[in-house]
Design a binder for this molecule. Structure first.
Ligand code: FES
Length: 256
């Protein structure tokens, strides 16, 4: 666990926060997209958060998190200048060479937007094209896109379920429309498990990638709490991103 100072911690949409931290001691390993960190909030608990952006040369890391329990609520009340404990980077993330080509459609639901800014940066540095579709319930839930993405994706399409901004409907329906109008080499979905399960069914023919969420405790492959049922995989070692076909048994056991 490394000490880190909070540089910025502010709301950017309804129940959505942007956190920036600076590690006291630098790390020398550039994270991969979709790797995550475990943040220890002193006297409260440890929570896993996706890395939203990394600037290794300044030891700065960003996270976008949603208020959804005691840990994230306590984090949202922690002031700039305070210190946290951090394990970073965790997980395998993705290696761009695993992708089937250089033109990607990345689809997110709500706080699923969190890992995308860093993915976009790494992709754009390596000549990949990232098109983003993101769905939110209401206008109040949509964060400022320029603030979220320090490097702009090739395109961003927003959907809201109450029809207040952008496309009227959910992210999956909009993703189907976008993927019919243009060809993409690979698809990645990030969001709630019900959305991932549906994405794997509706895009079965292309076997997309999905970023899973499970209970994470140690983050180091030791406790077994992040075991993906029906597979031989641990999310904190092998994930969080898998092809649908690798975790089909796990998905089948999820509620619709
Ligand atoms: S969180 Fe402990 S093994 Fe993955």
């Amino acid at each position: 666990m490394k000490p880190a100072r909070i540089v910025l911690n502010e709301p950017i949409a309804e129940d959505l926060y942007l956190l920036e931290i600076e590690l006291v001691e630098p790390i020398d390993k550039e994270p991969k997209p979709f790797q995550f960190a475990s943040l220890w909030i002193p006297r409260v608990k440890e929570i896993p958060l996706s890395i939203s952006y990394a600037e290794l040369e300044r030891s700065r890391f960003r996270f976008i998190y949603k208020l959804r329990g005691r840990g994230t609520r306590a984090l949202s009340e922690t002031l700039s200048g305070s210190f946290l404990g951090v394990k970073i980077p965790l997980g395998r993330g993705i290696d761009l060479r695993e992708l089937r080509g250089k033109k990607l459609l990345v689809v997110c639901g709500g706080v699923g937007i969190a890992p995308l800014p860093y993915l976009v940066r790494v992709c754009s540095e390596n000549g990949y094209e990232v098109h983003v579709v993101c769905g939110f319930r209401t206008r109040q839930g949509v964060p400022p896109i320029d603030l979220v993405f320090p490097i702009s994706p090739h395109s961003v399409h927003i959907a809201t379920e109450d029809c207040s901004v952008g496309y009227c409907g959910d992210a999956l329906t909009l993703a189907k429309k976008v993927s019919k109008s243009e060809n993409f080499d690979d698809l990645i979905f990030v969001g709630p498990s019900s959305m991932l399960k549906k994405a794997c069914e509706e895009f079965r023919d292309v076997d997309p990638m999905i970023s899973l969420e499970t209970l994470v405790r140690c983050g180091l492959g030791l406790c077994g709490s992040c075991y993906i049922r029906g597979s031989t995989k641990l999310l904190c070692v092998d994930g969080p991103v898998f092809r649908c076909s690798e975790v089909s048994e796990y998905l089948a056991g999820l509620p619709d």
